[in-house]
Design a protein around this ligand. Sequence first.
Ligand code: NAD
Ligand code: GLY
Length: 360
Amino acid sequence: MQTLKVSLAERSYPIHIGADILTRSDLLLPHLKQKKAVVVTNVTVAPLYLDRLMETLANIDVSALPIILQDGESHKNWETLNLIFDALLDSHCERSTTLIALGGGVIGDMGGFAASCYQRGMPFIQIPTTLLSQVDSSVGGKTAINHPLGKNMIGAFYQPKLVLADISTLDTLADRELRAGLAEVIKYGLIRDSDFFDWLEINIEALLKRDREALAYAVYRSCANKAEVVAADERETGERALLNLGHTFGHAIETGMGYGEWLHGEAVSAGTLIAMDLSQRLGMVTVDEVFRVKNIFTRAGLPISAPGLGAERYLELMRHDKKVQDGKLRLVLLEKIGKAVISDAASEKEILASINAVCT
Ligand code: NAD
Ligand code: GLY
């Protein structure tokens, strides 16, 4: 097992990464304020890992109430959030009861948001079980639900007390979900870690084959990058926005297609290719760099073209982006592989041209 730390003064917390650590009561014990917890999970993850976690908690005399939600991005909304609040109130959870989110990014984002609001904030723990949630969403305290008009529009910054990433849970993950997680892994290489990008070019097939050592390394290196960025800019006033490479376009794809049609990682992949096209159009990256990026996403089995929603519709959806400032769109672009910048330099005409160039 390896451990990283997200350094945020009194809100600092560890990220434990390793195989079969879901059974490690000793890792959970120091972070539980009382002998009562709730486990928020879903109908897919519960049959796979809930019993194991309940046993781990029982071994330290913690009684836990499971809250089992429907599965899917289309359930990341107010109605589902309310089901969590109903269960918390029904079972007389207190402000010091811990909420444990067991599942992918949808469960982590919703569980975290519920924890941030319930009685004005209860402690929570992230136990991510998808590659995407282990490398990205469980770390950094962004929590949210979707609104019909925009992705992750209602939420809070609220840090967990602990992230426990058991990479053996990835054994049961569908291939499509594994590939979607790789989009966020590749992102770190592109925005700030060119050595990692080089490593990914060599090891992408090993990751697709679920080689344990390669996966553990990719999760560790991704979390190390994310922990550094979050420690420097917790509430996204600057550098943290770079983690959104491809996301402005990607969120437009997710919202425009209907939540759940395109997986988040798939939308980020296609969105990153639009950002690359725009970066090249503005003279920032070379044709060769665009080729390398296209190539790695193709090898990862991810989409390199975006759905044809119509370029104007993309722009309309993108106007809800959280990086919009004084009504002006700001986009994450690449200066080179390993260095991203936030820029408002692109004209509407150039943005439309890049969308059209990458759309099918
Ligand atoms: P997800 O939570 O929908 O999980 C993907 C699928 O895998 C689901 O069907 C889930 O039930 C299933 N699953 C989970 N663990 C499994 C396992 N071990 N074995 C088999 N099946 C398993 O999707 P995701 O890709 O994990 O997360 C995407 C979400 O994360 C999006 O809503 C996105 O907006 C959000 N996100 C948030 C942040 C953040 O910083 N908070 C960052 C990136 C993405
Ligand atoms: N996933 C982007 C962020 O955490 O800032």
